[in-house]
Design a protein around this ligand. Structure first.
Ligand SMILES: [Fe+2]
Length: 241
């Protein structure tokens, strides 16, 4: 059995430290063959088009360092795994910012995400925004659709892509299944690893923390979604804190 662990939407430095620690602990203990960081590892708050809180002191460099340090810890935890970093829309902000505000600098290799995050140093494969990763029959990508309620996005992503898949972007879990003459399909929404009380959102966010496992056995895939519920999760009949 080959297991891929998938986590997304960390949004460093809005990440939830406890959730990140639990994920790293899981990887270290269970040694999945593949780990996919499925987008929005960085937030890139400073280069967002939206209004920004001037009191936030984190610079872009602090965000990048925090995200890169996490990748270093992940590499140490997942010693033999193929680790993949698949860009999300927040990482794509960097390229869009350069195109918009500093087009002449956009070709500089030192400003490319793999360089900034030290992906070569950690032997992590980079997948550009939107390309995604195929895990057996399951297409894993960050996602582009956000519906108001859980699983509505999973349905919309299935209808858009026409295959089984897994996406982040909505910051919550959800699942949509479909069986027709073409076969048995499913699409999963894959939680987030960021705080559930971000300072930039008023009120309650409809988000949930966790990560997913895709087990491949021959040509079949089995998905387990692991919900981190206020700092703990259950796996293999045991509680992990
Ligand atoms: Fe996103």
């Amino acid at each position: 059995m080959k297991t891929s662990a998938v986590a997304n939407d960390f949004h460093f430095t809005f990440h939830e430290p406890k959730a990140v620690r639990l994920f790293l602990g899981f990887v270290k203990e269970h040694q999945p063959r593949q780990v996919i960081i499925n987008g929005d590892l960085c937030d890139f708050y400073k280069i967002s088009k939206f209004d920004k809180d001037p009191n936030r002191i984190e610079s872009l460099q602090i965000e990048i360092d925090a995200a890169s340090d996490f990748l270093g810890e992940l590499r140490d935890a997942a010693t033999g795994a193929d680790v993949i970093f698949d860009e999300g829309n927040h990482e794509h902000r960097l390229r869009k910012y350069l195109w918009r505000k500093a087009e002449a600098l956009a070709s500089l290799k030192c400003l490319e995400l793999p360089k900034l995050l030290k992906l070569d140093k950690y032997h992590i494969k980079h997948v550009p925004y939107g390309e995604g990763v195929q895990v057996g029959k399951i297409f894993v990508y960050h996602g582009t659709i956000v519906r108001q309620d859980s699983s509505y996005t999973a349905k919309a992503e299935f209808l858009k892509n026409g295959c089984s898949g897994m996406s982040g972007h909505t910051h919550r879990d959800g699942k949509y299944v479909k069986r027709n003459r073409g076969g048995q399909f499913a699409w999963w929404e894959n939680f987030c690893m960021c705080k559930l009380d971000p300072e930039y959102v008023d009120g309650i966010v409809n988000w949930s923390q966790g990560f997913s496992l895709i087990h491949s056995v021959g040509s079949k895939q089995y998905v387990e979604q692991i919900h981190i519920n206020k700092g703990s999760y259950v796996y293999g009949g045991q509680i992990h804190k």
